[in-house]
Design a protein around this ligand. Structure first.
Ligand SMILES: *Cc1c(COP(=O)(O)O)cnc(C)c1O
Length: 378
């Protein structure tokens, strides 16, 4: 018998109350009962996104809402600046290319983030860029991007939108959609919101709705205007919503509301700090130059096989962490402290990391990192 601990940056563990909410008998979606549930969820989502804008809900993984953001705002031939410093930044570029958008890439080294002045320089060079696509927390590198600073640059430019992938960031890293002038903020259910995969969200600003009027990319299910109209008419979605997931979402949002979004962010900040400090004390280094509070990316130390480390954590100790993606495969491991996570999850992860490193021949005095984590968490 082995107890399993899911510590990946999505999907994340789902609390029992939320799983039970999802298990309730199906109700029909064109009923007053469901419309009320849906509207409450939509309202509560706004407070997590820190926005007064409409938040649309789709039945897809997070990438669906990313695709929706591209196809509803732009037309083939339009120019977009895609900030790329990891797998998910690159995804924006791939989606744009799939729809014939001309991509101006801003490539940063993986583990780093784009400097606001570099964003500004490109926008000044290409006055016709219609949208800047970026990522709040680049999950593949564990890096936080300075959305507030990007917002200050884009705010005054009437012909340019700021579109942010906050799929792993929402609920762990602060995102102030309205205050930071984020036109579209995209997220998904299976990360900070503590739900199973299957729902995607997009907040849409007034400025973004104007872009939707002229966009000529093909679209059908992810048509924001159609979904927005349905929400207005209390329909509440154009097509069958993920009824059970929405009921579960309502439960998740009531749990988060009770904690208070800023307390939720503070909890993540503390768990992240404890993880980072413990790891450093073990003589390991962090991969990211600007670590996000959702996930910690750790460099696999020289002489240790990254695949073997991930495997030992998994097979011997039941700790599911993520490895590196693409060129980082075998080079980093990523421990999430995202969503339904508390002090003892971090302590468990650090102790298993110590044991696994020791098993693989790395010099470690057992309990050293754990003691540091406890000191920070107490
Ligand atoms: C998980 C994740 C995605 C992808 O979401 P899916 O739900 O797998 O489509 C996109 N961006 C970031 C930053 C993520 O962490």
């Amino acid at each position: 018998m082995q107890k399993v601990y899911l510590m990946t940056p999505g999907p994340t563990p789902v609390p029992d109350d939320i799983r039970l909410a999802e298990a309730k008998p199906i109700i029909h979606h064109r009923t007053k009962e469901f419309v009320e549930i849906f509207e409450r969820a939509t309202e509560d989502l706004k407070s997590i996104f820190k926005t007064q804008n409409i938040v649309l809900t789709f039945l897809s993984s997070g990438t669906g809402a990313m695709e929706g953001a591209v196809v509803n705002m732009l037309s083939p031939g339009d120019k977009a600046l895609c900030i790329m410093g990891g797998k998910f930044g690159e995804r924006w570029g791939e989606i744009c290319q799939a729809y014939g958008i001309e991509v101006i890439p801003l490539n940063v080294e993986w583990g780093d983030y784009a400097r606001p002045e570099d964003v500004e320089k490109i926008l000044d060079q290409h006055r016709d860029i219609k949208a800047v696509f970026t990522t709040l927390c680049e999950t593949s590198t564990g890096t936080l991007f300075p959305i507030k600073e990007y917002g200050e640059i884009i705010r005054g430019r009437e012909n340019t939108l700021l579109i942010v992938d906050a799929i792993s960031g929402l609920g762990a890293c602060d995102i102030r959609t309205d205050e930071w002038s984020v036109d579209i903020c995209v997220s998904g259910s299976q990360k900070g919101l503590m739900l199973p995969p299957g729902l995607a969200f997009a907040s849409v600003s007034g400025k973004a709705w104007k872009f939707a009027e002229t966009s000529k990319c093909p679209k059908y299910y992810f048509d924001f205007k159609k979904q927005g109209k349905a929400l207005e008419k209390k329909s509440p979605t154009a097509y069958t919503p993920g009824v059970s997931l929405v009921v579960a979402l309502n439960k998740a949002l009531s749990i988060l509301k009770e904690e208070g979004i800023d307390n939720t962010l503070e909890r993540h900040a503390k768990l992240a700090r404890a993880t980072r400090e413990a790891v450093r004390l073990l003589g390991l280094t962090l991969f990211s130059k600007n670590p996000a509070n959702a996930v910690t990316a750790i460099n696999v130390p020289p002489g240790i096989d990254g695949g073997a480390l991930k495997n030992t954590l998994d097979k011997k100790y039941g700790i599911k962490v993520a490895g590196g993606q693409a060129q980082l495969k075998g080079k980093i491991i990523r421990i999430a402290h995202l969503g339904y996570m508390g002090e003892f999850d971090v302590i468990t992860a650090i102790s298993a990391l110590e044991l696994s490193l020791k098993d693989l021949g790395y010099e470690v005095s057992l309990g050293k990192g754990v003691a540091k984590a406890m000191e920070i968490l107490k």
